[in-house]
Design a protein around this ligand. Structure first.
Ligand code: NAI
Length: 397
C-alpha cells in the first residue's frame, strides 16, 4: 500500500511538472494535433534512448498521439523518476531509474532493443550500434540521432553497416542557431550565476571556442556587462570574434587576465597542466562542451596540494604555491549541473523536439526515399519550423 501511494505520488509530481513544460511548447502542441489526425506512426514501435525529463516526456506524448507505441530508456544518471512514473501510467514501456548503475543502464538499452522497435530515436548512436551488433538491421526502417557525437559514430565505426536512414538532428542549421547559440548561451550564463552566485557585470571571462555554443556564451556574458575574451584555433572564427569586438588571444596570453574560463570546443585538453601554473589565484574553470574532457580535470587534481568540495558543483583546488582555482561541475556540462539545473530553454527544446518529431514522421512515412546512414534534417523541415517559430514570435518576413 505504502509503495503504491509513493508510486502514485511520484507520477502525480511528474504530471504537474510536465503540465507546465507542455504549456510552453506550442510547436509540439501543434504537431500533436496534426499527428492525432494523420497518425503517421500507427503500427510503428519507436525505441528511444534520450534524457528522460519533462521536455522529453512531451516529445514522447507527441509521438504517441501519432499512433506510436513507445519503448524508452534514459541516459545514464539523468533519469527523473517522477517523469518515468508518469509515462508508465500513460501506458508507455519505460526502463530505468535515476540510481541505475552503468550495467543496469546498458541492460535498459538492451531491453529497448529486445522489444524490437522498427524506428529508433537515438542519442550517441547506442541503439543503432546495438541493432548492428545484433544483426537485426533488417527490422529497422530508420530513425533519428540527437547528437553530433552519435553522427560521427554513424559515419565512422558504424559507417556502411547502417542499412537504414538516420537523420542527425544536430546537423540542422536551425538547431545550431536556436539551441547551440542562443539557448546554450542563455543557460550557461544562467548556470554560472545559479551555481556560483557571482556577479557577471565587470567580470573578465575567457570563452574557449567561438563555434555555435561559444558565440552564444560570449554574446550573453557581454550582454550582462561581462568583459569577454575569446580563444579560437580556427582563423576564420577567430577573425569573426575579433570583428565582433572581443579580445582574441591564446590561452597563455589570457591565463592571468581571465577570472572565469568557459570551454565550448567539443575537443579534449583545451585547458591542461601547461596552463595551471599561469592561472590567477581564484580563477573559475567551467565547461559547456558535451564531453567532460575539455579541462584536464585528472591533471588538475594531480597537480593540486588539496581539493575541497565546497558545494554541489563547486570544488576548490589548491596548489602548493598558495594559489587556488575553482572548478565547476567537475568539468562536466555546467548547464546540466548544480542544484535544480534547468538545461536549455523550453522554447529551444520545443524547436529541437519538433525537428525530432517531423524527422521521425519523415522516416515513418517515407523511409524508402531516404538514403541509408547518417544524413542531415531535410531542408524543407528546417524551413517549415523556422516559419512556425517566426509566427509564434509574432515576427514577419
Ligand atoms: P562548433 O564546432 O560550432 O564549435 C567549436 C569551436 O571550437 C570551433 O570553432 C573550433 O574551431 C573551436 N576549437 C576546437 N578546438 C579548440 C581549442 N583547443 N581551443 C579553442 N578553440 C577550439 O561546435 P558547437 O556546436 O559550438 O558545440 C561545442 C560543444 O558543445 C560540443 O561538444 C557540443 O556537443 C556541445 N553542446 C553542448 C550543449 C549544452 O547544452 N551544454 C548543447 C549543444 C552542444
Amino acid at each position: 500500500m505504502g509503495i503504491m501511494t509513493n508510486k502514485t505520488e511520484l507520477a502525480e509530481r511528474g504530471r504537474r511538472r510536465i503540465e507546465w513544460i507542455r504549456s510552453r511548447m506550442p510547436l509540439l502542441a501543434h504537431a500533436r494535433q496534426q499527428f492525432a489526425e494523420s497518425t503517421p506512426f500507427s503500427g510503428h514501435r519507436i525505441g528511444m534512448s534520450l534524457h528522460l525529463e519533462p521536455k522529453t516526456a512531451v516529445l514522447l506524448e507527441t509521438l504517441a498521439a501519432g499512433g506510436a507505441e513507445i519503448v524508452a530508456t534514459g541516459n545514464h544518471g539523468s533519469t527523473q523518476d517522477d517523469v518515468v512514473a508518469y509515462l508508465r501510467g500513460e501506458g508507455m514501456t519505460v526502463f530505468g531509474s535515476r540510481d541505475d548503475s552503468l550495467d543496469a543502464h546498458h541492460a535498459n538499452v538492451s531491453a529497448v532493443l529486445d522489444a524490437g522497435p522498427d524506428i529508433l530515436l537515438d542519442n550517441g548512436a547506442d541503439l543503432a550500434a546495438g541493432v548492428v551488433a545484433r544483426g537485426s538491421a533488417a527490422s529497422v526502417i530508420g530513425g533519428t540521432e540527437e547528437t553530433t557525437s552519435g553522427g560521427l559514430r554513424l559515419r565512422g565505426e558504424l559507417g556502411g553497416r547502417v542499412t537504414f536512414p538516420m537523420i542527425v538532428i544536430n546537423d540542422s542549421l536551425l538547431k545550431a542557431i536556436g539551441e547551440n547559440r542562443h539557448a546554450v548561451g542563455q543557460s550557461v550564463v544562467e548556470s554560472f550565476m545559479r551555481i556560483t552566485n557571482l556577479m557577471v557585470p565587470g567580470r573578465r571571462f575567457v570563452v574557449a571556442g567561438y563555434g555555435w555554443c561559444g558565440r552564444g556564451v560570449a554574446q550573453y556574458l557581454r550582454a550582462l556587462g561581462g568583459k569577454v575574451a575569446v580563444v579560437e584555433v580556427d582563423e576564420l572564427k577567430a577573425f569573426e570574434a575579433a570583428l565582433d569586438g572581443y579580445r582574441v588571444d591564446r590561452l597563455e596570453g589570457l591565463a592571468d587576465w581571465g577570472e572565469v574560463f568557459i570551454t565550448a570546443t567539443g575537443q579534449p585538453d583545451v585547458i591542461t597542466a601547461q596552463h595551471f601554473g599561469l592561472l590567477r589565484d581564484g580563477a573559475v574553470l567551467a565547461n559547456c562542451g558535451h564531453f567532460p574532457w575539455e579541462i584536464d580535470v585528472a591533471g588538475l587534481r594531480a597537480a593540486a596540494s588539496n581539493v575541497h568540495a565546497l558545494d554541489d558543483a563547486i570544488d576548490r583546488i589548491e596548489f602548493a604555491d598558495g594559489r587556488h582555482v575553482i572548478l565547476l561541475a567537475d568539468g562536466r556540462m555546467m548547464n546540466l549541473a548544480g542544484r535544480e539545473p534547468k538545461g536549455n530553454s523550453l522554447e529551444s527544446m520545443d524547436l529541437g523536439f519538433l525537428l525530432q518529431s517531423l524527422s521521425l514522421e519523415r522516416v515513418a512515412t517515407g523511409a524508402s526515399e531516404l538514403p541509408h546512414g547518417a544524413q542531415p534534417v531535410p531542408d524543407d523541415i528546417n524551413r517549415l519550423i523556422a516559419t512556425r517559430m517566426l509566427a509564434a514570435m509574432g515576427a514577419n518576413r
